[in-house]
Write a protein that binds this ligand. Sequence first.
Ligand code: SAM
Length: 338
Amino acid sequence: MLSKRLEKIAKYLVKPIKFADIGSDHAYLPCYVCLQDATAIAIAGEINQGPYLRAIETVTTNQLENRIHVRKGNGLEVVNEGEVSQITIAGMGGKLIKNILEEGKSKLTGVKRLILQPNLDADIVRKWLYQHRYALIAEEIIEEDGYIYEILVAEQVHFTPRITEKELMFGPFLLNENNSIFQEKWWRERDKKEILLNEMRKATHTPNEKIQQFTKEIRLIEEVVDDGTTVKAIIQLFEKWVPKDYAESWDNVGLQVGDLEQSVQNLLITLDVTDEIVEEAIEHQVQLIIAHHPLLFKGLKQIDVNDSKGRIIQKLLKNNISVYAAHTNLDMVNGGGK
Ligand code: SAM
């Protein structure tokens, strides 16, 4: 039985089908397509001897030798110019797919449609497509056996198509649909990046540019897969239980540092906002700290990063952590301090 992934790829081939499947281990995809469609013709390209022999075997077993040509070679060198109108390349890294396209671009003149399934680095593939007059017409994201796959379908255009940095990273169609598999994929990516980021922070020679890049990417992912919870939404809920105007007149409660629009996945509750607490918040990817004792109490005249409070504020802002204080107002409510 063909995998769901290859079945989806097959669905994007348009009739009359004359296509090349590059990296065609077993030639499962060409055989499936040619068995479904009696007029389909295919080339199965393989660089390695084992998969090449396996492809010949599947084609022979299915008696498709007349319509599927198994050829051994690197990337698009197995295709003659004008021989096919569609190409599939699946189950490889994005960098390898990009290299195959780049090295074989002279063979692409008559290739109207590319159906590509990078296992990772889909952004690299998207970038190549948009630089070479291919525009995405569809994208799919599927989950099979615990793995998540992206399928990119692009067509040749006669102008240089436009795409934003965000669309390159997430995929314009996938971003727009933002379905649960997409969310799952990007939560996983975010967690991977967080682990790497923490390791980088611990390194003796911290590569600052890399840290900044990862932090930016994590922020972008959080924006895109935002589950709708923000500092503002949490505060609104909290203040239904602990209204700010229950506080003594001399007190300073409410949002002290941060951004009401910041999305929140993790929050931390503490008595005081100390340097150790901020470090803990950073380590656990906290976006909101709710503190009993206000961080900013008396009128603040200056933020000097050389004193402890200044340093705390600097760290909070740098790591996009908001601080909210509920003090004497919390003492007043049922279940609060007193
Ligand atoms: N396309 C099939 C799929 O998606 O199930 C097989 C994927 S398999 C993981 C990748 C295949 O690509 C391997 O059989 C490998 O030998 C082949 N391959 C890797 N680099 C290649 C290249 N430059 N040209 C042709 N085939 C290549």
